[in-house]
Design a protein. Structure first.
Length: 169
């Protein structure tokens, strides 16, 4: 799928792409100029104002990317995960779905992410397990994070968004 001609977009959308590093996901998102600003705003909030600790947020995001087969998402968020202190063993778990060497909270977030992707809900026991170490705000942000990145992965896969080093500019 070709990237849209950004020069045909309103200036504020051109600036939004530039402000976000001109990453391919943001460029391709401009095929939906009416929805793109809202998607960008929500994505920014999930990354900058999320109540979840950064390593748990990134564990969930990388797991969504792996389950959805979104190489672009995995590529970018594995890098972010390492920067925010998520260990290599957690990234391996995100790739395989096996909790192995994870901490209790990491294992619970990994399992909850899989449950949300498969069933789109958590039952009372699953919520209780998470609420043993998360606040309600953090649980809500986890659910929103998983849902948002499932949407983004569907977009990335449908539009065949490639990692910047692999894509025609």
């Amino acid at each position: 799928m070709e990237y849209p001609d950004l020069s045909t977009l309103p200036v504020e959308l051109q600036e939004a792409v530039t402000a976000n590093g001109s990453l391919n996901v943001f460029r391709m998102l401009m095929h939906s100029p009416a929805l793109a600003p809202g998607v960008l705003t929500l994505g920014d909030a999930i990354l900058r104002r999320n109540a979840l600790p950064d390593p748990l947020r990134e564990l969930a995001i990388v797991r969504v990317g792996r389950v959805c087969g979104a190489a672009y998402e995995v590529h970018h968020h594995e890098r972010i995960a390492l920067l925010v202190g998520l260990g290599q063993e957690a990234l391996t778990a995100a790739a395989t779905g096996s909790a192995g060497q994870l901490t209790g909270p990491e294992a619970a977030v990994l399992a909850a992410t899989d449950r949300l992707l498969a069933r789109h809900t958590l039952d009372d026991a699953e919520r209780g397990e998470l609420l043993a170490f998360l606040t309600i705000n953090q649980l809500a942000d986890l659910v929103i994070t998983v849902g948002f990145y499932q949407l983004i992965c569907g977009f990335l896969n449908t539009f065949e968004v490639a990692v910047e080093s692999q894509a025609p500019q």
